[in-house]
Ligand binder design. Structure first.
Ligand code: UDP
Length: 146
């Protein structure tokens, strides 16, 4: 008899970046997250501060794309979301698709809705945590009251 696989209920931090909010894609992106069976535990429209972004993107500090990326993230509101579900950390990254929206596969958020616009990968609609440790760290940055 096949054993049921063990479920791993996790939570992750999803951001609909300013390009997604500006283009009116927040609802479509959240629809895809919910349609996959994940639960929205918190949703908040946030105008990020430079301090928040410096912490969130600390691993990229010093890279050529860092300063333009921070400027882009300051250019308008971001929708911050905590999503929960079985394997949601890898699951959302799979829904999001490859970092470069021009290369991202059809069927993914970035593949269906994004493209590079000549901006070197920067405006790719969404962020999703890449590990349980990142998720907890990033939830603390975007939902400091939680
Ligand atoms: N980014 C960029 N230029 C690059 C690579 C990344 O502007 O050459 C931006 C892009 O918005 C990306 C973010 O930096 O989503 C974080 O990069 P990471 O490699 O962590 O990609 P992700 O995990 O978001 O797919």
């Amino acid at each position: 008899m096949t054993q049921p696989t063990t479920s791993t209920i996790e939570r992750t931090l999803i951001l609909v970046k300013p390009d997604g909010v500006r283009r009116g894609l927040s609802g479509e992106i959240l629809r895809r997250v919910e349609a996959k069976g994940y639960t929205l535990a918190a949703v908040e429209l946030v105008h990020a501060t430079p301090d928040q972004l410096a912490t969130h993107y600390a691993e990229h500090e010093g890279k050529p794309f860092y300063a333009p990326l921070v400027d882009f993230m300051l250019s308008g509101p971001t929708l911050a979301v905590i999503a929960e579900g079985d394997g949601v950390i890898a699951g959302f990254r799979s829904l999001a698709g490859a970092t470069d929206p021009t290369a991202a596969a059809p069927g993914t958020i970035r593949g269906d809705l994004g493209r590079d616009w000549g901006l070197k990968v920067q405006q790719n609609l969404v962020h999703g945590s890449d590990s349980p440790e990142s998720a907890e760290r990033e939830i603390g940055i975007w939902f400091p009251q939680s």
